[in-house]
Design a protein around this ligand. Structure first.
Ligand code: NAI
Length: 292
C-alpha cells in the first residue's frame, strides 16, 4: 500500500484523542470523529493541553506543536473519512457497537483503506466479518496513554493479509512505537496477562487480605511496577477492565478469568475510575498537586 497520508480516528475518548495526537505529531493529517460533540470538545482541549505541556518542557518545539495542531481536524461528520488511507477505531468496548461501525466504515472508506481496531480484547476476526474486506482489517492496540507508551500490539485476524500487516507495522514504526504481534485470541498478549493480575488484586481487597494501599505498594515496591494494580485499574477504567475480563472468561472458558464481585459492584455503582473522579480510590479528595 502507498504511504499513509491521511488517517481517520473514530472515538474521541482517552485513547482516540491520544492516538490522533500521536499521528499528528508524526506529520500525518488526522481527523478525529466522535458522535458526542462534548467528547470532541474535551478531546480538543486535552490534545491542546498535552501539546502545550510538551512545548513548555521543550520536548517539542513551538513550530512542531503548531504543526501538530494544524494537522488535526475534529469532526462529527464521518463522511470526511472517505479520503482516509487508514482508519483506527477507538470507540466503546462493545462488539455489537463496533461491528455496526465497521459496517458503516466499510461502506464509506476507499477500497484500499485499512480498517484497524484499538480494541483491548474483542476478536478482530469477528469484527472483520462485518466488512467486505476482512483481509484489510487488523488490530492496532495502543497502550494508555498513547503519546507516552512505546508499545503497539498488532493483532492479526484469521484473514488479515500480509500486506495489511506490513502496512500497519510500517505505520506503527513511523509513529516511533515498538511492535509486538499477537494472534487473535482473547486478550491478545498484554491484557491476557495483565487483567488476571488486576482481578486478583480486587479479590485480595474483596476478601480482606489487605488494604488497597498495601496491595498497590506491595506490587510497586515488591515487583517494581510503576503503578499498583488497583491504581492501574482506575487509570484504565473499571468498566474497561470488566469488559476485558468478560471477553477473557467467555473466550478462554476458564473460571480464573471470572470478574471479582467487588469490581462488578464498583462498575454498577458508576465508580469507573479516574475518568469519573472515583473508582477504587476517591480522586475528588486529592489535593490538586497530586492530580496528573
Ligand atoms: P472512552 O470511553 O474514553 O471513549 C470512547 C469514545 O467513543 C467516547 O468519546 C464515545 O462518545 C465514543 N463513541 C462511542 N460509540 C461511538 C460510535 N458509534 N461512533 C463514534 N464514537 C463513539 O474509551 P477509551 O478508554 O478511549 O477506549 C476506547 C477503546 O480503546 C476501547 O475499545 C478500549 O477497550 C480500548 N483501549 C482502552 C485502553 C484504556 O486504558 N482505556 C487501553 C487500550 C485500548
Amino acid at each position: 500500500m502507498a504511504s499513509v497520508k491521511r488517517i481517520g480516528v473514530v472515538g474521541g475518548g482517552a485513547m482516540g484523542s491520544g492516538i490522533a495526537q500521536v499521528v499528528a505529531m508524526h506529520g500525518i493529517d488526522v481527523w478525529l470523529y466522535d458522535l458526542n460533540p462534548q467528547a470532541l470538545s474535551s478531546a480538543s482541549n486535552s490534545v491542546s493541553a498535552s501539546i502545550n505541556r510538551l512545548v513548555s518542557k521543550a520536548q517539542l518545539s513551538h513550530a512542531e506543536g503548531a504543526d501538530a495542531l494544524k494537522r488535526m481536524r475534529f469532526t462529527s461528520n464521518l463522511d470526511e473519512f472517505r479520503e482516509a488511507d487508514f482508519i483506527i477505531e477507538a470507540i466503546v468496548e462493545s462488539e455489537d457497537i463496533k461491528k455496526k461501525l465497521f459496517v458503516e466504515l466499510d461502506k464509506l472508506a476507499k477500497s484500499s483503506a485499512i480498517l484497524a481496531s484499538n480494541t483491548s480484547s474483542i476478536s478482530i476476526t469477528r469484527l472483520a466479518t462485518s466488512t467486505s474486506r476482512p483481509h484489510q482489517v487488523i488490530g492496532m492496540h495502543f497502550m494508555n496513554p498513547p503519546p507516552v507508551m512505546k508499545l503497539i500490539e498488532i493483532v492479526r485476524g484469521a484473514d488479515t493479509s500480509d500486506e495489511t500487516f506490513a502496512a500497519t507495522k510500517a505505520l506503527s514504526e513511523r509513529l516511533s512505537k515498538t511492535v509486538i504481534t499477537s494472534q487473535d485470541y482473547s486478550g491478545f498478549i498484554v491484557n491476557r496477562i495483565l487483567l488476571p493480575m488486576i482481578n486478583e488484586a480486587f479479590f485480595a481487597l474483596y476478601t480482606g487480605v489487605a488494604t488497597k494501599e498495601d496491595i498497590d505498594t506491595g506490587m510497586k515496591l515488591g515487583t517494581n511496577h510503576p503503578m499498583g494494580p488497583l491504581e492501574l485499574a482506575d487509570f484504565i477504567g473499571l468498566d474497561v477492565c470488566l469488559s476485558i475480563l468478560k471477553v477473557l472468561h467467555a473466550g478462554l472458558g476458564d473460571n480464573r478469568y471470572a470478574a471479582c464481585p467487588l469490581l462488578v459492584q464498583y462498575v454498577d455503582a458508576g465508580r469507573l475510575g479516574r475518568k469519573r473522579g472515583i473508582g477504587v480510590y476517591d480522586y475528588r479528595k486529592e489535593p490538586k498537586s497530586m492530580k496528573s
